[in-house]
Ligand binder design. Structure first.
Ligand code: SDX
Length: 426
C-alpha cells in the first residue's frame, strides 16, 4: 500500500509499512528529496523513529507487551532478571539460560575500586540523579575491553556490566548521601535482595531481607524496565546512533529521565501528594491543574501514549495497598492518592483530555514505605530502565539500516545579513 502526498499539484507515493500489531507507518524518507519540504512534528506525536520488536504499547486500550508478554503477567509471574533476559534476547529463558544469565550478572555487580572515589567529589546533599549521571558516564573510562560496539561479544558484556552495576552504583549514591560506608555486593543474594542489602545494610550487623519488600521492589523494577520509544530511550538511541560509548549513552538516558515530565515525576508525585496533605484540599489542586494560567500539573497523571489507565499504575495501585498492609504501615498519602484519583477520573477536564494515573502516581508511596527517600525514586527508575535502554541500544546497533539520527527544523530566524562593526552599532 502507498500514501500519496501532493503539493502544488505535484504528487508522489510513499510506501506504507505494516507492523505485526499497531499503527502502520508512512515511509517519508524520500519526502524532502521529492518536495524540498520536511515534515514538522515537535515532540514527535506522530513520528515513528525506528522499527522495534521489544515493547508494544496500545495507549487506547492500556496494553503493554514486552516481546509479546503482557506486563500484568510478567509482574505477577516473572522476576526482574528474567524480564531483563527477555528484553535482551527476545524469549523467556529456560532453566539453563536463566541460571547462566543470573551467574553472569551476579559476577559483574562489583564496580572498580577507583569508581568509589568519584562519589567523594560530590557534596553529601547532591541529588542521587546528579551522581548517577556522573558515575555511570565515568564507567566509559573503565572498560576499554568492551568499547568496540561493532563486536557483538563486547556489546553483550557492556550490557551485562550495566545491568549488573546499576544497583551497586545506585546503592552507593544513597549510602554517600547518608554518610554511611558502601557495602560490597553479595553473590548469594538475588538481584533485588542484593540491592536492598547494599542500600539499607550496615557493616555492623547482618541485614535481614524482608521477602515482601524484595518481591514488591522486584515487581517495581519489572514495571519500569522498558517502555517503547519514550524520551530517555530515544535519547539513548540518538546518542548511540553516533557510535558513542554505551556507558555514555546510558548516562545520557539518565539525564533525560531525570526531568519531572518523565521519570522525575515519581519524586514530584509523592511531594505533590504530601503537599496536598488532606483529601479536603484536593479540589484546590484539581482546580489548579485545570487552570491554563497555572503551570501546575497533577504529577503522576497523563501520558503521551496512554489515553486509558496505564496498566503499570493498576498493578502499582494494588501493590501499594498490599505492601503497606503487610508492613503494617498506614500512610495517609495513599488515601489522598486514592481520593485524588477518584475525583480526577470523574472530572470532565480529565475525562475529555483522557488523563489517567501513570506509572509514577503510586510507585513513590511503595518506595517510601520501603524506606527510600523521595530523592532516590528516579534513581530506582533509572536502575530498572537501564535494562530497557540497553536492550533498545543493542537492537539499534544490530539494525543494518541504522544511521546517525539527525532531525531537521523549521527555521524562523534572520535571513542573511552583513556583520556590523561595534563602533557602528546603536
Ligand atoms: C513517564 O513516554 C513514556 O513512555 C514515559 C514513561 C516511561 O515509562 O518511559 O511512561 C514514564 O514519563 C510517565 C509520565 C510522567 N510525567 C508526569 O506524570 C508529569 C505530569 N504529566 C504531564 O506533564 C503530561 O501528561 C506528560 C508529559 C506525561 C504528557 O505530555 P503530552 O503528551 O505532551 O501532553 P500535553 O502536555 O500536550 O497535555 C495534553 C493536555 C494539555 O492541555 P491542553 O493544552 O490540550 O489544553 O492535557 C493537559 C495539558 O495541559 N495535561 C494535564 C496533565 N497532563 C496533561 N493537565 C493537568 N495535569 C496533568 N498531569
Amino acid at each position: 500500500m502507498t500514501a500519496t502526498i501532493s503539493i502544488d499539484g505535484k504528487g508522489a507515493d510513499y510506501p506504507v509499512h505494516a507492523g505485526s500489531i499497531g499503527p502502520e507507518v508512512i515511509d517519508i524518507r524520500k519526502l524532502y528529496g521529492n518536495t524540498g519540504r520536511f515534515t514538522y512534528d515537535p515532540g514527535f506525536t506522530s513520528t515513528a523513529s525506528c522499527e522495534s520488536k521489544i515493547t508494544y504499547i496500545d495507549g487506547d486500550q492500556g496494553v503493554l507487551l514486552h516481546r509479546g508478554y503482557p506486563i500484568e503477567q510478567l509482574a505477577e509471574h516473572s522476576s526482574f532478571l528474567e524480564v531483563a533476559y527477555l528484553l535482551l534476547n527476545g524469549e523467556l529463558p529456560n532453566q539453563k539460560e536463566h541460571d547462566e544469565f543470573k551467574y553472569l550478572i551476579t559476577r559483574h555487580t562489583m564496580v572498580h575500586e577507583q569508581l568509589a572515589t568519584f562519589y567523594r567529589g560530590f557534596r553529601r546533599d547532591a541529588h542521587p540523579m546528579a551522581i548517577m549521571c556522573g558515575v555511570v558516564g565515568a564507567l566509559s573510562a573503565f572498560y576499554h575491553d568492551s568499547t568496540d560496539i561493532h563486536d557483538p561479544k563486547q556489546r553483550e558484556i557492556a550490557c551485562h556490566r550495566l545491568i549488573a552495576k546499576m544497583p551497586t552504583i545506585a546503592a552507593m549514591a544513597y549510602k554517600y548521601s547518608v554518610g554511611q560506608p558502601f557495602l560490597y555486593p553479595k553473590n548469594s543474594l538475588s538481584y533485588t535482595g542484593n540491592f536492598l542489602r547494599m542500600t539499607f545494610g550496615v557493616p555492623a550487623e547482618e541485614y535481614e531481607i524482608n521477602p515482601v519488600v524484595e518481591d514488591a521492589l522486584d515487581k517495581i523494577f519489572i514495571l519500569h524496565a522498558d517502555h517503547e520509544q519514550n524520551a530517555s530511550t530515544s535519547t539513548v538511541r540518538l546518542a548511540g546512533s553516533s557510535g558513542a560509548n554505551p556507558f555514555a549513552c546510558i548516562a545520557a538516558g539518565i539525564a533525560c529521565l531525570w526531568g519531572p515530565a518523565h521519570g522525575g515525576a515519581n519524586e514530584a508525585a509523592l511531594e505533590m501528594l504530601r503537599e496536598i496533605g488532606r483529601p479536603e484540599r484536593i479540589p484546590e489542586y484539581i482546580a489548579r491543574a485545570k487552570n491554563k494560567d497555572d503551570p501546575f500539573r497533577l504529577m503522576g497523571f497523563g501520558h503521551r501514549v496512554y489515553k486509558n489507565y496505564d496498566p503499570r499504575a493498576k498493578v502499582l495501585g494494588a501493590a501499594a495497598t498490599k505492601v503497606l498492609d503487610t508492613l503494617g504501615i498506614s500512610d495517609p498519602v495513599l488515601d489522598t492518592a486514592r481520593e485524588l484519583e477518584r475525583i480526577a477520573l470523574s472530572d470532565d477536564y480529565f475525562i475529555e483530555k483522557k488523563l489517567y494515573p501513570n506509572v509514577d502516581f503510586y510507585s513513590g508511596i511503595i518506595l517510601s514505605a520501603i524506606g527510600f527517600p523521595t530523592s532516590m525514586f528516579t534513581a530506582l527508575f533509572a536502575l530498572a530502565r537501564t535494562t530497557g535502554w540497553i536492550a533498545q541500544w543493542t537492537e539499534m546497533m544490530e539494525d543494518t539500516d541504522q544511521r546517525i539520527g539527525r532531525p531537521r527544523q523549521l527555521y524562523t530566524g534572520h535571513g542573511p545579513r552583513d556583520y556590523v562593526p561595534l563602533a557602528q552599532r546603536g
